[in-house]
Write a protein that binds this ligand. Structure first.
Ligand code: ZN
Length: 192
């Protein structure tokens, strides 16, 4: 739409002029300052939002995902060179998204890995609050995302220390940058 002020000012005016759109100059009830459709009078921004929501609902269905998988497979078989070019191009355009995805995956995987390791070492007491523990990993993932560097959940007193061993419980956990965590490993200063 080039210039909203050139549109008819009301629906009545638009219908009289045979125009498809009009612009009152007032926001819709959702606050959009957008043109409206003469046919029905709906706000165009609201209509776009509804269309978009419907589109994502359809895209999220198993049928749609299956159809996409089948199409991708067909393309890979029929034209592998072209698919390789597309993929390489996509990777370049989505470098940042890929980096974030890897960080998210690592953070979520860390929670499972720590749980498994603590179980093997029998360092999770029966009274541990698993929800609190899990939330530490979720917070670490969110921090990684907003800081743009990987944050990890670390045991203040290591599960398998040289002199003392800690528990897999939330108050023995701290969130620190991955780089710091790698340097720390299993060291814990015991001051006697
Ligand atoms: Zn609207």
């Amino acid at each position: 739409m080039s210039d909203l002020s050139e549109l008819p000012k009301s629906r009545r005016e638009a219908l009289a002029a045979g125009a498809a759109r009009f612009f009152t100059g007032n926001p819709c009830k959702h606050g959009h300052l957008a043109y409206r459709y003469a046919c029905g009078g709906a706000c165009s921004a609201c209509s776009d939002a509804v269309t978009l929501a419907r589109y994502y609902r359809v895209k999220g269905t198993p049928e749609y995902k299956e159809a996409r998988r089948a199409k991708a497979q067909r393309q890979r078989q029929q034209n592998p060179e072209q698919v390789a070019v597309w993929l390489a191009d996509w990777k370049i355009r989505n470098a940042e998204r890929r980096r974030q995805y890897r960080i998210d995956r690592r953070s979520l995987y860390a929670a499972h890995a720590a749980k498994r390791r603590a179980a093997e070492l029998e360092r999770t007491p029966v009274w541990a609050d698993e929800r609190q523990t899990q939330s530490m990993y979720e917070v670490a993932a969110r921090m990684s995302r907003s800081f743009g560097i990987e944050m990890q959940v670390d045991h203040v007193v290591p599960l398998q220390g040289e002199r003392v061993s800690g528990l897999h419980v939330h108050y023995n956990l701290q969130i620190i940058p991955a780089l710091v965590n790698q340097k720390k490993s299993n060291r814990f200063e015991v001051t006697a």
